[in-house]
Design a protein around this ligand. Structure first.
Ligand code: 7RM
Length: 636
């Protein structure tokens, strides 16, 4: 029996039981056998969910890039590590071997050192999906700098907030990016952000589009000439197991984004282990995850997990619709992709298009299909299964979070029988449970509750950067001695989990988590706006779309409503990014409120989803009369 590579259901259960009976032993065996350590640990695990504090492999020393790169050079030096597929198919794919990756990461690491970056410093990375992004991430890890990747679709304000929150001293960015037919001027977004970031001394600029950019003397430097002259050998900085590896921001239901801190050893072990099993990865495979490295999925399952296993990981710069809707399938055919991992929102968008786009391509290389980011609806699941997998590739519906660092609940393909919309069973080492309204654990099957995790796993985020109290309040205070996920879930008759969605004010739009509060804050900045409330409503492609109820100040009431709508969406775009734009904006005379002044979002959600038959008890409202008025004028 192998703990590291599960091959059938019986083995899964054996491994799972062992992992729960003796977690320390279980993870120790995996860590011993499959990774390169400079020094072994003194203690496998210490934890206390009250503090909260979790430490894995304390006393151990390592560098994750030695595990992702150096370790493979003897046996896989000429194997493709990163397979880059550019936005424009005519530009041609790039194969970066493990040997080449070793050189490029080392060179970039030396440039960072020359620029004064030292172990523990935070480095912001704001790049499109080009090889330099993965290389920059690994270069930071090489020298023990903490990377903070910000998705290059975020606005200047969002970027500045993230840079300042964790006090980055340097940013790696590019002149621009390509997305389908569009060329985006990223450098000017960075320039605008840096006006608000006094802590940034240097910005290193990758040339991608060749567009004209302004370079601020003393601060902005083209990366290429620095790489030319830098040494291509860089010894890895030896890190302690619990040294931070990266910070990644995720939206909360309130307040500013949370900088989740992941540490080195536990994250490495778990991302590698889960990658191997969930994708049943084998040496000859070509693995493709369509996420952006700006999200946790890209961190764990484009960069760290695959490279730790010596895999070939495909990085795609473009969009599914360019040059046309067959792009994904063309890439699968061209590179003989074996595992394909994407989001339900992408599947729904592609399922709307002509079937020819899929059918004209040979997808027979595929062995495993994955989804992540939000619940997948049955229709999308079947389309994926029938037309992409040809009913021949198991679908892994993988549930996890930025905070969990790796996949938590997922089928193991070819072992776990799948059921549409079910994430099915916990991976080894993961102990999920459901809690009821009275904070009691719900035992047995065919039950529904709030999803919690009872025991630490190696890649749990250790804190929120600069705000440990918020970390405790958000994840460990709702239920004693449990990590609370913020999601609801059902457990069916055989113990399979089905994630039902967020139970807080986070709305998932096209797989992006959006907190309602920051959007409302942006709207409320508009001088004509008195108050606003955002809710989600079902959307064919995006899963959820955003519906805004906005009350205007008296001065705003005379204004043209279409103009106001445009200005409000522009404000949201400026403050957060275009992904947070509202699909519908209803100007209302008031918002339904409880007597303590809380907006009753429950009612607004129902109205936005055309479900007004049973609004529940509205008599406790401060202003029950506004409800009917809102219904009468609803934009549905
Ligand atoms: C990996 C990622 C986390 C939230 C999470 C859920 C939702 C993710 C699934 C899912 C149903 C899934 N990290 N979510 N995967 N819901 N089924 N397979 O997405 O931090 O960006 O989002 O996403 O609500 O709490 S994330």
């Amino acid at each position: 029996m192998s703990n590291y590579h599960i091959k059938h259901l019986e083995e899964y259960w054996q491994v799972y039981r062992k992992s729960v009976r003796n977690p320390e032993n279980f993870w120790e065996e995996i860590a011993e056998e499959h990774f390169l350590w400079r020094k072994k640990w003194d203690k496998v695990l210490s934890w206390d969910f009250k503090k909260p504090e979790v430490k894995w492999f304390e006393g151990a020393q390592l560098n994750i890039t030695e595990n992702c790169i150096d370790r493979h050079l003897a046996t896989r030096g000429d194997k493709t590590a990163i397979l880059f597929e550019p936005n424009d198919p005519d530009e041609g794919a790039q194969h970066i071997t493990y040997n080449q990756l070793h050189k490029r990461v080392s060179t970039m690491a030396n440039v960072l050192k020359e620029q004064g970056v030292a172990k523990g410093d935070r480095v912001c990375i704001y790049l499109p999906m080009i090889p330099e992004l993965a290389i920059a991430v690994l270069a930071c890890a090489r020298i023990g700098a903490v990377h903070s990747v910000v998705f290059a679709g975020f606005s200047a304000t969002a970027l500045a907030t993230r840079i300042n929150d964790c006090d980055c001293k340097i940013i790696i960015c590019s002149d621009g990016s390509y997305r389908g037919t569009k060329t985006i001027d990223l450098k000017s977004i960075v320039d605008e952000a840096l006006d608000q970031c006094p802590g940034i001394s240097t910005s290193l600029v990758v040339k991608r589009t060749g567009g004209t950019v302004s370079m601020k003397a003393g601060r902005d430097k083209w990366l290429a000439p620095l790489l030319e002259t830098a040494n291509s050998a860089c010894k890895a900085t030896i890190m302690d197991a619990e040294d931070p590896l990266f910070i990644l921001y995720t939206s909360g239901s309130t307040g500013k984004p949370k900088g989740m801190v992941h540490t080195t050893a536990g994250y490495m072990v778990y991302s590698a282990y889960s990658f191997k099993n969930v994708f049943q990865y084998r040496e000859e495979d070509v693995y493709w995850c369509t996420a952006d490295i700006g999200w946790i999925t890209g961190h764990s399952y484009i960069v760290y997990g695959p490279l730790c296993n010596g895999a070939t990981t495909l990085m795609f710069e473009g969009v599914p619709s360019y040059p046309d809707f067959s792009r994904f399938w063309e890439i699968v055919e061209k590179h003989k992709v074996t595992q394909f991992y994407t989001a339900p929102t992408a599947i729904r968008a592609l399922a709307k298009e002509n079937l020819d786009y899929v059918e004209k391509h040979d997808l027979s290389s595929l062995k495993v299909l994955g989804t992540v980011g939000e619940p997948i609806n049955e229709e999308a699941w079947h389309w994926y299964n029938d037309h992409v997998g040809k009913k021949n590739s198991p679908i892994v519906d993988t549930w996890w979070q930025t905070e969990t660092g790796g996949i938590m609940i997922s089928p193991i393909p070819y072992s776990t029988p799948t059921i549409p919309t079910f994430a099915t069973l916990p991976l080894p080492g993961i102990q999920p449970t459901l809690m009821d309204e009275n904070a009691q654990e719900i035992k047995g099957n065919q039950v529904e509750g709030r999803l919690c995790i009872k025991f630490p796993w190696p890649s749990i985020a250790r804190t929120i950067y600069g705000n440990h109290d918020r970390y405790r309040d958000t994840y460990f205070s709702a239920y004693q001695d449990m990590y609370f996920t913020g999601d609801g879930a059902r457990r069916d008759a055989v113990g399979y989990y089905r994630i039902t969605g967020r139970v807080d004010d986070v709305i998932i739009v096209s797989g992006h988590n959006l907190g309602t509060a920051p959007i409302e804050d942006a709207i409320n900045e508009h001088p004509a706006v008195a108050e606003s409330a955002i809710v989600g409503f079902p959307h064919d492609i995006k899963g959820n779309a955003l519906y805004g109820y906005i009350t205007l100040k008296q001065t705003g009431e005379a204004r043209n409503q279409d103009n106001l709508r445009k200005e409000i969406n522009q404000l949201i775009t400026d403050r957060i990014g275009p992904i947070a734009k509202l699909d519908k904006i209803q100007f209302t005379v008031g918002l339904p409120k409880t007597r303590s002044g809380k907006i009753m979002r429950r009612i607004l959600r129902k109205i936005a989803s055309k479900d007004t038959s049973n609004l529940g008890d509205t008599s406790t409202l401060l202003n029950p009369e506004v409800v009917q008025e809102i219904i009468d004028q609803a934009l549905i």
